[in-house]
Design a protein around this ligand. Sequence first.
Ligand SMILES: Nc1nc2c(c(=O)[nH]1)N[C@H]1C(S)=C(S)[C@@H](COP(=O)(O)OP(=O)(O)OC[C@H]3O[C@@H](n4cnc5c(=O)[nH]c(N)nc54)[C@H](O)[C@@H]3O)O[C@H]1N2
Ligand SMILES: Nc1nc2c(c(=O)[nH]1)N[C@H]1C(S)=C(S)[C@@H](COP(=O)(O)OP(=O)(O)OC[C@H]3O[C@@H](n4cnc5c(=O)[nH]c(N)nc54)[C@H](O)[C@@H]3O)O[C@H]1N2
Ligand code: SF4
Ligand SMILES: [Mo]
Length: 707
Amino acid sequence: MNAIKHIIRTSCRGCRGLCQVLVHLDKNGRVVHITGDQESPFSRGHICVKGMRAADALYHPDRITAPLLRTKARGQGGWERISWDAATDLIAERFASIRAESGPEYIAIAHGSGRPYAEFADLFCCAMGSPNFVSPAHNCLTPRALCADITIGWRPQPDLHGLGGIMPRCILLFGNNAAETGGTGEFCGKILKTALEQTEKSIVVDPRTTATARESDLHLFPRPGTECALLLGMIHAIIRGNAYDKEFVAAHCTGFMELHGHIRSFTPSWAETTTGVPASKIEEAALAFARLRPSCLVLGNGVEVSVNAFQTARAAYILMAICGVLDVPGGMARRLPPANIRPTPGLAEAMLFLPPKLRAKALNRFPFCAGAHAPTFWQACVSGRPYKPRAIWLIGTNPIVTQTRGDLVSEALRDHLEFVVVSDFFMTSTAALADLVLPPRHWLEQEDVGTLNEAWYAVPCRPIDLVGEALDDREAILRVAHKLGLTEAFPWKSWREHLEWLLEPSGLSFAEFLEQSALFGEMPYKKYLQEGFKTPSGKVELASSILRAMDLPDLPTYEEPPLSPVSRPDLAARYPFIFMTGCKTEAFFHSEGRNIPALRRLHPEPLAEMHPAAAKEAGLSEGQRVRISTPHGTQEFILHMDDRLPKDVVHAEHAWWFPEKSGPSYGCFESNANLLFSHDHFDRFSGAEPLKSGLCRVDPASGAATA
Ligand SMILES: Nc1nc2c(c(=O)[nH]1)N[C@H]1C(S)=C(S)[C@@H](COP(=O)(O)OP(=O)(O)OC[C@H]3O[C@@H](n4cnc5c(=O)[nH]c(N)nc54)[C@H](O)[C@@H]3O)O[C@H]1N2
Ligand SMILES: Nc1nc2c(c(=O)[nH]1)N[C@H]1C(S)=C(S)[C@@H](COP(=O)(O)OP(=O)(O)OC[C@H]3O[C@@H](n4cnc5c(=O)[nH]c(N)nc54)[C@H](O)[C@@H]3O)O[C@H]1N2
Ligand code: SF4
Ligand SMILES: [Mo]
């Protein structure tokens, strides 16, 4: 093993988290290994296998190291290396001519999940005048974030760090497996585990028995997709049990009387009928949450990919509010970022570049979905209705496998869009259909002021090593923006200059910032006593005036999933299992990691999981290749027995492709869970898709039907 010559502290960006890590280098400055930083107040030594193996992607032999221009027909391979200057010239020229000929909305920018370049990508899109920024946001974080904005005026974070000197007495994990995923908030798995060890009552609401569920004090197994009903039953139990915080409700909430009337019929017994969770357990969970204050509720992606995404979040925020846990120590905190650094301009600032007449051109039909709605966007590319986008720059996303109807996405990229640019480390199924592929810097190559959604700290990200001509995504965006004359939105000459601008109020240069371990925000609680809540009434709106003004129901109701044994008994006869997809696994970040041998060994095949008893009944055995069919398609997976699942539920992993197979598809149409959904069903508020509550059947891959 190589001798370690240096250790450099930096911050991992291998998922939506931001763990502080130590990178161990040899005498040539090459990364030898990466460990967790025990001194980090945020991640306290945590590191996952993706973080540990990050250098395997950095130095991967297949990594794209220079801009590549297509020389043959789309998808036929044949790439020519070109300079960054030529590449950025080409993008600027094509975008400028399409904007002049057709209008800015004909150009789209797509990005992936929670990436540090997302703000720059949105800003660039809006600055060009296009409302069509495309992302997984409709299925990830945005439904609950926009719901928090209209209900509370800010986005509550579970106070698992106990910054006010008090830890939560009750933690309710709701469709969230953050011990393995880190979730989408400002805490990592280790912080959650520590908080769970200290709490008096841990409650997990999850159809699967995750490791956290197994160790919890109370585990509720709702039928997938029904958790909004569960929350309504809990609110009923709390109000009927007189366990709500009357003082907080009287002083700081509107609409309690309407809620009181609305909730009357949503008894725990009603919720039992819908969710399958015994009424007594619903009451136990509700009363524990209300009485063991401070308590916190951690929402997750399990309840967000649902036609109830927005209403589930509404019910969850109402529950927090009536229990008086908003912005109290150990409850649901409102974080303030460090006051002495400027925030990177976010979506709100980006939208200032879009006058209402351009906003209205977004390929989006949902009121609580920002930018374009991804499925609507891909449909428009193929159908030309209401118009046909002409160009797209996809930055760090692989929608052929991560979004529904990859067949449509692929058709749009291959046959319809006139100009396709992809920024990615590797030649993915999506990148293989591009005209131009750009190599971004990996987090081990980036310099940054690292922050997260609603976090109260900023940590240094130091460049460790650089491979080939990789360029930071944000530097690439800046260069194209400047060539298009977008200097009002992008006044910084370079990415480094932007970082210096962020830090200016602190008096620190970027070099000086790198000497710090972190910058902290203050953490005063109960800020609403001075500031109120940023809603139209200045209070928490249990009944929402914004929804009422939009002619939408102002109190949450439950909608049965469109494909369920209840809504479609006719289909359930042929598709007897409830179908969940995309519970995240530790080794992979969505579609990433399949080409990293150390990660792939941990998880070599695309798995479909079912209970051993159900498999036995169907005559299926462990490791067998099976066909999963839904009314929309059939894909193949390897069967894995999982006694953590209910007998009537099947789970299939999402985002599989096979980099070892030949391009351009790299096997992306073989085990692609997202080909098993249609574009017929969406949450009518946010446009979220029911990816964790469908119907399916399972057959052996070779022939006869068994299920
Ligand atoms: N290792 C790894 N970490 C990741 C990611 C990754 O791909 N890999 N992705 C990141 C991203 S972008 C996100 S959004 C987060 C998501 O992280 P989480 O919020 O933890 O989301 P999931 O893993 O999708 O699902 C969480 C849990 O919800 C449960 N669930 C599924 N359906 C239902 C339901 O109908 N009701 C209820 N109550 N529960 C349900 C699942 O069984 C699962 O255990 O993870 C982030 N972290
Ligand atoms: N069926 C089903 N589908 C789902 C989900 C589900 O639960 N079920 N979950 C959904 C969720 S929550 C999300 S967030 C989406 C994620 O969907 P995507 O964002 O499309 O997923 P990723 O696999 O993270 O795409 C990342 C690509 O970006 C590249 N990349 C990584 N870092 C960078 C970088 O810094 N710069 C650039 N330029 N490229 C980079 C990687 O190599 C990879 O090819 O998937 C969704 N899809
Ligand atoms: S949890 Fe995320 S941020 Fe932390 S080490 Fe793993 S990949 Fe990196
Ligand atoms: Mo996500």
